[in-house]
Design a protein around this ligand. Structure first.
Ligand SMILES: [Zn+2]
Length: 245
């Protein structure tokens, strides 16, 4: 089995992709891609990224990296937008020359996260080049099966909230990894990071405050991590901070 994966964070540098409320698509694409790169590496895959920082990444250059990657699969990560701000949901776009099995697996796994709706899985033929794919990254990436992934709509209030959160970026990115592992029969183990306990990030500060002597009994705080904090507790915390030298 070929355990090489190519990851293409869409856009970059002078091309921000979709921009809404000064949020740039390119940054979200990169964050999801870097998460996936780290996780695939943990799972023993060789990872080829078409960019690993915010830099210009013209399609022709990215496609060349994909072709030379010797991967069977390329994930091209994007965030969608539409004029109608009600448009929402996850899309996986596959080449006309594939059966769409991987794209469907990806969508089904992402829907299970409950974060975004499954909008559609599709392929699109070019008007200009009949018999060929509409999208460049499908048309120009040779034998590599490229899936263009639109995680949600930046133009939709709900989807935008979801895709902007680093925690959700990891959950969505992870769902795609799971699908790829299933499709390729590769071994999959869940991340040892915060994802095993989705609330772990909320509890990290409790440990740090406890270690710093600002709160007692960290375990009981962790149990009520989602409770509202009474005013006295906020005041007590602020007052202890105030007294710190
Ligand atoms: Zn895009």
């Amino acid at each position: 089995m070929n355990k090489t994966i190519c990851i293409n964070p869409g856009h970059g540098g002078s091309d921000p992709g979709v921009t809404i409320n000064s949020i740039n698509e390119k940054d979200i694409n990169l964050a999801i891609s870097l998460y996936q790169a780290k996780r695939f590496a943990e799972l023993g895959w060789k990872v080829v990224l078409t960019r690993n920082k915010d830099e210009d990444a013209p399609l022709s250059k990215a496609a060349k990296i994909v072709v030379n990657s010797e991967a069977d699969i390329c994930l091209s990560n994007h965030i969608n937008s539409a004029e109608n701000s009600n448009a929402n949901g996850f899309e996986a776009i596959h080449t006309m020359h594939s059966d769409g099995k991987l794209a469907n697996l990806i969508l089904n796994n992402v829907v299970l996260t409950g974060l975004v709706k499954g909008r559609r899985v599709y392929s699109r033929e070019s008007d200009k080049y009949p018999g060929k794919d509409y999208y460049f990254m499908h048309r120009e990436t040779g034998k590599v099966q490229t899936i263009i992934i639109e995680y949600g709509f930046l133009s939709n209030d709900h989807d935008r909230e979801v895709v902007m959160s680093p925690e959700n970026q990891a959950i969505l990115g992870e769902a795609v990894i799971k699908a790829v592992c299933k499709y390729t029969d590769a071994e999959y183990t869940p991340p040892k990071s915060a994802l095993e306990d989705p609330e772990a990030w909320k509890k990290k500060d409790i440990d740090e405050l406890s270690a710093a002597g600002l709160i007692n009994d960290p375990d009981s705080w962790k149990q009520k991590v989602n409770d509202n904090m009474p005013v006295w507790a906020v005041m007590a915390l602020v007052n202890r901070l105030r007294k710190m030298k």
